[in-house]
Design a protein around this ligand. Structure first.
Ligand code: ADP
Length: 343
C-alpha cells in the first residue's frame, strides 16, 4: 500500500495509519539551508523517511509574516526544495510539498484558533522576538503563526516533528492547542512530539546566538566552497584566546564544537587547541575543508537536479496532490464535529 492510500477512504475517525507519521517544515526565508538547519533538523528528517510516513513542507504562508516580495518567496521556496532533495530527501518514499498548495491548512488553523486563548499566542517567545526584530511590521499573522503551525501538523495527524530546540515552545503550544480542541470536540488529533538531534541548538558564526538566516550568522552548507570558507573564517572562537600560544578552550569554542559533527577525530583536534599546538585559524581552515567535503556530493546533486527543467515543481505538485485526500478528510471531519457546513 502506498504511504497515503489509507487516506483515500473517508471515515468517521482519524485516518488509519500504516506507520506513525512525521511532519516538519522549513521557511523559504532563504534559498540555501544553513548548518543549523542541517544538524538540528534536516539530517533527522532525511533519516526518518525510512521508518515513518514522512511529510515535509516548504512553509511559504509562514514566510509571509516577514517577507513581502512574492518573487523572493517563490524563488526561495524552489531553492529550498532543491536543497532538500539534494540532501537526501527521496520523493519515492516521502512527500515534499509547498504549504500554499494545500490551503486546507489555513482553514484548519482558523478552526483551531477558536479554542486558543489570546494569552497563549501573546506569550510565545518567537512572537516577542519578532516584535522586537521587526517593530515596523508586527502583523497579525506573526501572532497566529503557532496556530498555523499546529494546523500544519494536525491536518496530517503527525506524531513526530523533527525540529531544532528553538521550536520547543511552538511544539508545546501545538500540543496544548490540539488538546484543547480534543477536549471540546472529542478525541481526534494526536498530540505531536518534538524529535531533537544531538545538536539541537547550533550557534552561529558570532559564537553567541543561534545560527539563523535572519541574524546573518550562518554557514550555508550548499553554497560555493569559497563562500563557505569565508563564512567559516569569520567565525568567533574562544574570545579569551588572544595569542597564538594561549591554550584554547574547546568547550566554549564554537568551531571546536562543530568539529564534533564532522569527523570522528574531534578529540585530537581539541587536544591540539588545548595545548596550543594548533591555532584558531588552523582549526577553522580544517572545519571549512570538512564542511565543503561533507556536502560536496549534495552540492553536485543540487546542480544536477537544477538542470532538470520542471523537476522540483513536479515533485512539489505531486506531493501536494497526494496529500489532498488526507487534508480534505481531516478538515471535513473537523467541520462536521464543529457543526459547520451543510450536510
Ligand atoms: P531560521 O531560524 O534560520 O529561519 P527555520 O526557522 O526555517 O530557520 O528553521 C528550520 C528548521 O531548522 C527548524 O526545525 C529549526 O528548529 C531548525 N533550526 C534552525 N536554526 C537552527 C539552529 N541554529 N540549530 C538547530 N536547529 C535549527
Amino acid at each position: 500500500m502506498s504511504a497515503l492510500s489509507s487516506a483515500q477512504q473517508p471515515s468517521a475517525s482519524p485516518p488509519a495509519l500504516t506507520r506513525d507519521r512525521v511532519f516538519t517544515g522549513i521557511q523559504p526565508s532563504a534559498g540555501l539551508p544553513h548548518l543549523g538547519n542541517y544538524l538540528g533538523m534536516l539530517r533527522q528528517a532525511v533519516a526518518m523517511q525510512d521508518r515513518y510516513e514522512a511529510i515535509y513542507c516548504i512553509v511559504d504562508y509562514h514566510a509571509l509574516t516577514s517577507i513581502h516580495d512574492g518573487t523572493v518567496i517563490r524563488r526561495n521556496g524552489y531553492q529550498m526544495a532543491l536543497s532538500w532533495l539534494a540532501l537526501g530527501f527521496d520523493p519515492d518514499r516521502a512527500i515534499l510539498f509547498r504549504q500554499s498548495d494545500r490551503p486546507e491548512h489555513v482553514e484548519l488553523a482558523y478552526l483551531l484558533s477558536t479554542v486558543v486563548p489570546v494569552s497563549w499566542v501573546e506569550r510565545t517567545p518567537s512572537f516577542k522576538e519578532k516584535r522586537r526584530d521587526q517593530p515596523q511590521d508586527v502583523n497579525h499573522a506573526l501572532l497566529t503563526y503557532p496556530i498555523l503551525q499546529a494546523a500544519d501538523i494536525a491536518i496530517y495527524n503527525a506524531r513526530y516533528v523533527p525540529v531544532g530546540k528553538d521550536q520547543t515552545a511552538h511544539l508545546e503550544l501545538s500540543r496544548e492547542i490540539v488538546r484543547a480542541w480534543n477536549a471540546r470536540y472529542g478525541e481526534y488529533f494526536v498530540e505531536p512530539e518534538a524529535v531533537f538531534t544531538d545538536s539541537p541548538i547550533v550557534k552561529g558564526t558570532d559564537g553567541l546566538k543561534k545560527m539563523s538566516k535572519s541574524l546573518g550568522n550562518v554557514i550555508e552548507i550548499l553554497a560555493e566552497p569559497d563562500v563557505i570558507r569565508k563564512q567559516v573564517m569569520r567565525m568567533v572562537t574562544d574570545t579569551q584566546r588572544i595569542l597564538r600560544t594561549d591554550p584554547g578552550r574547546p568547550e566554549v569554542c564554537n568551531v571546536c564544537q562543530l568539529h564534533r559533527f564532522l569527523g570522528d577525530d574531534y578529540e585530537s583536534i581539541w587536544d591540539g587547541e588545548r595545548s596550543a599546538r594548533t591555532g584558531c585559524v588552523d582549526t577553522k581552515r580544517l572545519l571549512a575543508d570538512r564542511i565543503i567535503a561533507f556536502f560536496a556530493e549534495a552540492r553536485e546533486r543540487r546542480q544536477e537536479l537544477a538542470a532538470r527543467p520542471g523537476y522540483v515543481d513536479e515533485v512539489l505538485r505531486a506531493g501536494a496532490d497526494r496529500l489532498a485526500p488526507l487534508a480534505r478528510q481531516t478538515l471535513a471531519e473537523c467541520r462536521e464535529r464543529m457543526g459547520l457546513g451543510g450536510r
